[in-house]
Design a protein around this ligand. Sequence first.
Ligand code: IPM
Ligand code: MG
Length: 350
Amino acid sequence: MKICVLPGDGIGPEITAQAVRVLQALDLRMEMEEALLGGCAVDVASDPYPEATRKIAQEADAVLLGAVGGPQWDNNPRELRPERGLLGIRKHLGLFANLRPAILYPELANASTLKPEVVAGLDILIVRELTGDIYFGQPRGIEVRNGEKVGINTMIYSESEIRRIAKVAFEAARRRNRKVCSVDKMNVLECTQLWRDVVTSMAPEYPDVELSHMLVDNAAMQLVRNPKQFDVMVTGNMFGDILSDEASMLTGSIGMLPSASLDAGNKGLYEPCHGSAPDIAGKGIANPLATILSAAMMLRYTFGMEDAASRIESAVKTVLAQGYRTADIYESGTRKVGTREMGDAVLAAL
Ligand code: IPM
Ligand code: MG
């Protein structure tokens, strides 16, 4: 098993280190190789996704990523921004299927800003298309028209792109509660009219799965009104970006949410849903659990090691039950710990 580790920027290196410790503790004969992605790569190689990293990532079976970005690179030209590295690796490796589970651990019911009864028992899977849509559509740019600047992006999806992500959602629903809600904006955008048509046309292939459709604005509202109505939500790149951040707060903290980005085979990139949190970088207080849970997803999806994945997830549940909390999920009466201590606690629970 070859794993490419990309700690990235900000809190990335701190949280990734804890996930690596957890993987090592499982004694699984893994080969790990570190490389640069994001701002750190811009600083060293003037490229957010340098050739050396491309090679290591391509040869690996899976990629474990921390986070990229930071204010020091915000004014760089677009091609020298850390985010470009992240988008670059997703596209390069063909990681079109982004799975973002939002699960509320019972111990964290009070950490959510929503009433505990609204979120208790929450278990949603957001399936976000990751290599298309307005993120990658052409034409794009800023140009001058009629004497003023205009900004242009293109929302575009092909039938085959829609079909392959919808398939992932339908199949995931079969392993869960057999419900798929497809999110679009077909009342305004042709691109998402096609989205709805294609998803609808696939429903007969999955008679055991209940398919519904929702407009994205309503979906945003329903996620905070009654989130437990959802099982699997499937949507495009941009709507998925937004809705998955919203869903994360239902669970108490974005610091708890892992993600998997998969290609058409078993290869995947695994990263927490949160960003690089430059404001707390280097302080040793970031929550490593989303990254640790991402490592569990790696074992499950790339390596088919369900038992090892469950072991990590159980260990996370145990430390929460034991009362360990990083600052983002802390409430009085629990035990506040830093990043490394949280890693220690997970290792002890393992
Ligand atoms: C995410 C992030 C990225 C995205 C950024 C950092 C480019 O917000 O993974 O959700 O928009 O996809
Ligand atoms: Mg996002």
